[in-house]
Design a protein. Structure first.
Length: 243
């Protein structure tokens, strides 16, 4: 797991780097990291290099950590972000950019290590997937790559985060049980299953998704959909909106 650490305070950057070295020595030597002194420097590096997690200070001169997180979320909704801050006043805003955790500075081992343990466990475990028979053969679809599933006249369409559409013949019930075993998936309408991680907004038109499609919500399901989406947004176990 490769981690980016960004803080304008050299003292705090040194403290976090020291904690990461301790983590490598005591927990997992495969963890690596890079340190950045500004959010702009981090964003420039992310254009050419992939990270698996970000430890990001909120209050920095110039481009703040919160602004950097908002920009990152435009192209990457999945990368875990852990905020480092000396104030709790940004808690609500952290929800909106999908913070994994919220660590008060100065960072301490008893707070940093548990957060790293949780992310490392997710990073190393095999992700759930569906095996789909399509015209091109057998396709493996990761749950996280599915935005929503739609059925029309026994034709199932799996819309993916990269814009691709995979089709197969059958019923929604053929995949419903497996997908709904994942708490991120919900059935808002008899013809749809949707990945709440790929929802950007819930309004009177339905569930707006990251691919621009709004999935309808059945009238008798509206209350349950609102409850499920709110639970997702506020859950301490969800990638998008945890503190």
């Amino acid at each position: 797991m490769h981690i980016a650490v960004c803080d304008d305070s050299l003292e705090e950057l040194s403290r976090i780097s020291s904690l990461l070295e301790d983590y490598r020595r005591e927990r997992d030597g495969s963890v690596t990291y890079e340190a950045f002194h500004s959010a702009l420097e981090l964003l420039e590096t992310m254009r050419v290099r992939r990270f698996d997690m970000l430890l990001l200070d909120i209050l920095m001169p110039g481009l703040s950590g919160m602004d950097a997180a908002k920009e990152i979320r435009l192209s990457d909704r999945e990368i875990p972000i852990i905020f480092l801050t000396s104030s709790r006043e940004y808690a609500v805003e952290s929800y909106r950019v999908g913070a994994e955790d919220y660590i008060i500075k100065p960072a301490r081992k008893d707070e940093v290590f548990p957060s790293l343990d949780k992310q490392l466990a997710r990073f190393t475990q095999e992700e759930a997937y569906l095996t789909l028979k399509s015209g091109s053969g057998i396709v493996k679809l990761l749950f996280s790559q599915i935005v929503y599933v739609e059925v029309t006249n026994r034709t199932l369409q799996f819309i993916l985060v990269n814009g691709e559409v995979r089709e197969t013949y059958g019923y929604l019930s053929d995949y419903e049980e497996k997908l709904l075993s994942d708490p991120h998936f919900f059935k808002p309408h008899r013809s749809y299953l949707i990945n709440l991680r790929q929802v950007t907004e819930l309004d009177k038109k339905g569930l707006a998704t990251t691919v621009g499609k709004t999935v309808p919500v059945a009238r008798d399901a509206l209350v349950k959909v609102k409850a499920a989406y709110m639970k997702f947004l506020l859950s301490p176990n969800d990638r998008r909106d945890r503190l």
